[in-house]
Design a protein around this ligand. Structure first.
Ligand code: HAM
Length: 425
């Protein structure tokens, strides 16, 4: 251990870590898979800055939310401008969409992203201060078929990665107008029981009553079980939209459960809100979530444009995959490990390594003058396809033994033909 520690709630990634949530090799495999799925569904990649002006987030996520109130990494830059490390992807993507004038191109604009998000949360298993999301935003249509497609895409990705035991919870949170009537009814229902609510519950009652439904307190959940249900307050057209989304999900065979108390931690959602939960994780079981935000583009200064998207949590997903023991196909190790015995052989190994790499062959070589046995162990650990044994005799004869690591078989190969032979393996 060195003198410095990584910040609380963060983790490092490195190749072949024991914990998959720290294993850069498996992360890359899963990222590549997401890129493939994104292509299947017609999404192009967007990369936005890791920080934005603070008001972008307060405006879009909402100033009564936990994220804005408690969890943002906000700082003044050297010109006294308030900046915030992005706590989520949607706001920045919509800002970029408007900046680039994409709103005027017609049709549905489909954008995906992969990257870190920052939230000052109480760290625990599956909850970090820097976490990684892959997400999509589809802008320009309020067709319920698109809602079902977006949910289906999240499931397709999780399933292709090997997750099982997934549940989609879905709700419709209506519009600010229909919600206002609901919030009145919800508050009237809770008020006689308010004394039994936690301090946080009481604050939510005042500042953001919908968030009361998101409590983990058993007593509060017990009381709220009898609370009025949001979907009952939808207008006819909002209800029709919801029914239609559910219909498309059923048609496509996506198992889902309507949860009339599902609310998410952002004020921007309208109509569809959903969460994907994994039965293989503990308390932090939401592997992904998303929904519609039909007013947000307008809120950020664009013309009215409906949108929908999701964010999926990489860290939690990798934890679940490890828990399940899913066999993630790993990329190959080096094509060859050069095992050298003696100074002359080491010199030859270094020359050969350069020649082979120049021909596109991945080579590793020992720089610690270790024993042949230790070098073989290193070749094995690196999952090299072949090992080449170089010693004085090999240099003199111009022929070395080449070991096929998987077959555990050795054959003599002329050094001059090594590149050709290894290139074919
Ligand atoms: P979110 O539900 O806040 O949604 O985050 C998406 C996913 O990121 C979560 O389901 C979870 O898997 C993961 N996640 C969130 N916070 C943490 C954390 N502290 N540690 C580990 N994983 C975490 C959004 O961020 C929305 N922007 C999604 C969206 C896109 N809605 C519409 N478009």
């Amino acid at each position: 251990m060195g003198k410095y520690q990584r910040p609380k709630g963060t983790h490092d990634l490195y190749p072949f870590a024991q914990d998959w949530v720290e294993d850069s090799v498996r992360w890359n495999v899963v990222e590549d898979l997401f890129r493939k799925v994104a292509r299947l569904y017609g999404y192009g990649e967007v990369r936005t800055p890791l920080f934005e002006t603070t008001d972008l987030f307060t405006r879009s996520i909402g100033d009564g939310t936990d994220i804005v109130n408690k969890e943002m990494y906000t700082f003044l830059d050297k010109s006294d401008r308030s900046m915030t490390l992005r706590p989520e992807g949607t706001a920045g993507v919509l800002r970029a969409y408007l900046d680039a004038g994409l709103a005027n191109t017609g049709g549905v604009t489909k954008l995906y992203y992969i990257g870190p998000m920052f939230r000052y949360e109480r760290p625990q298993k599956g909850r970090y201060r820097q976490h990684q999301q892959c997400g999509v935003e589809a802008l320009g249509s309020d067709d319920p078929a698109l809602d079902a497609e977006v949910i289906g895409m999240a499931l397709a990705f999780f399933t292709a990665a090997g997750l099982t035991n997934l549940t989609v919870k879905i709700n419709s949170v209506g519009s600010p107008e229909s919600r206002a009537a609901y919030l009145g009814a919800l508050k009237a229902f809770v008020e006689p029981h308010l004394a039994e609510f936690s301090e946080e519950g009481k604050t939510r009652f005042e500042t953001n009553p919908l968030r009361m439904l998101d409590t983990k307190s058993e007593r509060e959940l017990e009381i709220l079980a009898g609370a009025p249900s949001l979907p009952d307050y939808l207008t006819d057209s909002e209800r029709a939209h919801f029914e239609s989304v559910l219909g498309y999900l059923s048609d496509a065979g996506y198992a889902h459960t309507v949860d009339p108390h599902l609310v998410r931690g952002f004020d921007y959602y309208t109509l569809t809100a959903f969460e994907v939960q994994s039965g293989d994780l503990g308390a932090q079981n939401a592997v992904g979530g998303g929904g519609r935000y039909n007013k947000l583009v307008e809120e950020l200064g664009g013309k009215p444009t409906p949108g929908i998207g999701f964010g999926l949590g990489f860290d939690r997903m990798l934890m679940a995959l490890q828990q399940l023991g899913v066999d993630i196909p790993l990329p190959p190790g080096p094509d060859v490990y050069l095992v050298a015995d003696g100074d002359a052989a080491r010199g030859e190994a270094i020359r050969l390594a350069a020649q082979l790499r120049a021909r596109g062959i991945a080579v590793d070589v020992d720089y610690n003058k270790r024993s042949v046995k230790a070098q073989m162990r290193a070749a094995d650990g690196a999952r090299a396809k072949s090992a080449v044994f170089l010693d004085d005799a090999a240099i003199e004869s111009g022929t070395a033994q080449v070991r096929d690591m998987a077959a555990a078989k050795q054959t003599p190969v002329a050094l001059a033909e090594l590149a050709q032979v290894l290139g074919k393996r």
